[in-house]
Design a protein. Sequence first.
Length: 93
Amino acid sequence: RMYRKYEADRPRVPAENLCEVRYEDLVQDPIGQMDRIYSELKLGDFERARPALEAYVGATGDYQTNRYKISDRDRELVSTRWGHLMRRHGYDV
């Protein structure tokens, strides 16, 4: 229900007030993605925030995300319920 409501209301949010970020893109390029977010949302001078963000990324650079395996049944259930959103965001279904 939450995502149906989000998708229904999303067109009413002014473009300068909405910035979507794929998790994988943020993990792969946190500095570049944050620069983009600052720019799209007009949050000010990203260069002022860059040193602190680079220090944080450097300190957490060896962090490993959890990995989960799901059953074929659960994968099918997720695909059935969330497939339309997964496709919209570029994920394999």
